[in-house]
Write a protein that binds this ligand. Structure first.
Ligand code: NAD
Length: 287
């Protein structure tokens, strides 16, 4: 008889809609199989209408936990018992841990980004960064970077529906950390130039650069960059955005979003299993 799934196998879920395209099930199950851990990770089509029942199901089935993605990240907190400080500040949860019946919500996207910097020998702690974005990915990075000890952060966003969220993020960072944080209009390109100029790192965390905005960049041209600036993008499809191509041409060290994706998964994996993913193996599989 096949031994992969037995009566002892523990279940971890992913609750989102749509979700069939996700690479998370393959990533986590590959890591369980490689390490010989008796867990299975399955994707469930859950939207806001079925989320409360799904969380009740997680409790009733004594599941180890779950990932949560859109459209549930900002909604699921109300059904949980406790939130991590970063999840509380970000107002979003992407990982649920079932701690003996107590459901704790975490957000691991920002942890994933910070870990991917470390993995590339980039140390932004105590330094200044400039970041574009005020959506889910950007907010998680901004909060985690401030909690981890980035000294100064200049946030840029266009004045769209995410602007108010950026204002809230700035307030929360000011209230809870020592990070000096300011918010500017991304359409003010001269201000953007000025803030990048004395930054150690520039992080792109908007959707500009991937479909349907592939080929576009929030930074107009490579004169905004200098060789000792580090430039990162949360996007991983394509692997090299127009922005990263421009930064490479200017001589900058660059990093795409693949590491953030891997390490947000690893942080969740660690919360559930107490073990880290086999990172080198996962990099080979994901590339
Ligand atoms: P979101 O919808 O929550 O936020 C979208 C952001 O893009 C906002 O800041 C918005 O103002 C900005 N934006 C949209 N159109 C714009 C335009 N024309 N000009 C300038 N800014 C514009 O999205 P999200 O979930 O935060 O995702 C943002 C990017 O990060 C996506 O490309 C996504 O693929 C990537 N991402 C990567 C990871 C990872 O693990 N590497 C995780 C999450 C998201």
């Amino acid at each position: 008889m096949a031994e992969r799934i037995t009566g002892h196998t523990e279940l971890i879920g992913l609750m989102a809609y749509p979700i069939r395209h996700s690479s998370s099930p393959a990533m986590h199950n590959e890591a369980f199989a490689t390490l010989g851990l008796d867990y299975a990770y399955l994707a469930f089509e859950v939207d806001n209408d079925t989320l409360e029942d799904a969380i009740k199901g997680l409790r009733a089935l004594k599941m180890v936990g779950s990932n949560v993605s859109m459209p549930n990240k900002t909604v699921v907190g109300q059904y949980l018992d406790e939130l991590s400080p970063a999840a509380e500040m970000a107002g979003a949860v992407n990982t649920i841990v079932n701690d003996h019946g107590k459901l704790i919500g975490h957000i691991t996207d920002g942890i994933g980004y910070m870990q991917s910097l470390k993995d590339n020998d980039i140390d932004v702690i105590g330094k200044k960064m400039t970041i574009a974005g005020a959506g889910g990915a950007a907010t998680a990075i901004e909060i985690q970077a401030a909690l981890d000890g980035v000294k100064e952060m200049s946030i840029f966003n266009i004045k769209d529906k995410f602007w108010e969220n950026a204002e809230r993020t700035v307030e929360k960072i000011r209230a809870n950390t020592d990070c000096i944080v300011n918010l500017y209009d991304l359409d003010d390109k001269e201000k953007l130039r000025e803030e990048i100029e004395d930054s150690y790192l520039f992080a792109q965390a908007t959707g500009v650069g991937m479909k349907p905005m592939e080929g576009q960049s929030v930074v107009p041209d490579k004169s905004f960059f200098r060789p000792d600036l580090i430039v990162t993008d949360t996007i991983y499809a394509p692997r090299e955005t127009a922005l990263l191509k421009m930064a490479k041409e200017a001589g900058c060290k660059t990093m795409n979003g693949l590491g953030m994706m891997l390490f947000q998964g690893d942080a969740a994996f660690h919360l559930w299993t107490g073990k880290h993913m086999p990172i080198d193996h996962m990099k080979e599989v994901l590339d």
